[in-house]
Design a protein around this ligand. Structure first.
Ligand code: HEM
Length: 159
């Protein structure tokens, strides 16, 4: 597992301090952007949420619940910046669950872009190149751990 620098951690913690107090609205900005970039991903929620139009889906309780869950995972990562490896098993299992509901690992790149979009919208001038890089570094650690859930599943299938 890669490591974050002290500066990365400081930038992430400082920026999350205000965002983390208002998780759901920021999560909605992030996922609205995600579905703009890849509308097909909304179908993965349709089995749960009986929603028709994109707007219906974005205001469905199932979608809002998922936004809350995602933001809580980000919150947990920010709280464990000094020992992110302690989240590895949780993230691996989370990856497995996403594979099971039809998410492809490639979609995490678009999720990352949407996360950066949300940070840029929310932080304004505080969204600097080092801050962007710090968040990307943390996000890639989280995604690598989640993606190992897919590799493990693949290994099992070929056993
Ligand atoms: C490609 C983007 C994503 C899609 C399409 C997606 C879709 C889903 C779906 C369909 C479920 C099951 C239904 C539900 O619990 O709402 C789920 C569960 C969940 N997702 Fe995602 N997800 C995505 C990204 C993420 C990310 C980036 C995180 C966190 C970093 C995350 C965290 C969770 C959590 C915590 C659950 C609940 C798992 C459980 O039941 O234990 N998701 N996701």
């Amino acid at each position: 597992m890669e490591k974050l620098t002290g500066k990365d951690k400081e930038l992430i913690r400082d920026s999350w301090e205000s965002l983390g107090k208002n998780k759901v609205p920021h999560g909605i900005v992030m996922f609205t952007r995600l579905f703009e970039l890849d509308p097909g991903l909304l179908n993965l929620f349709r089995y749960k949420a009986n929603c028709g139009s994109t707007q219906d889906c974005l205001s469905s309780p199932e979608f809002l619940e998922h936004v809350t869950k995602v933001m809580l995972v980000i919150d947990a990562a920010v709280s464990h910046l000094d020992d992110l490896h302690s989240l590895e098993d949780f993230l691996l299992n989370l990856g497995r669950k996403h594979q099971a509901v039809g998410v492809k690992t490639q979609s995490f790149a678009v999720v990352g872009e949407s996360l950066l979009y949300m940070l840029q919208c929310s932080l304004g001038p505080a969204y600097t190149a080092p801050l962007r890089q710090a968040w990307l570094n943390m996000y890639s650690i989280v995604v690598a751990a989640m993606s190992s859930g897919w590799a493990k599943n693949g290994e099992r299938k070929s056993d």
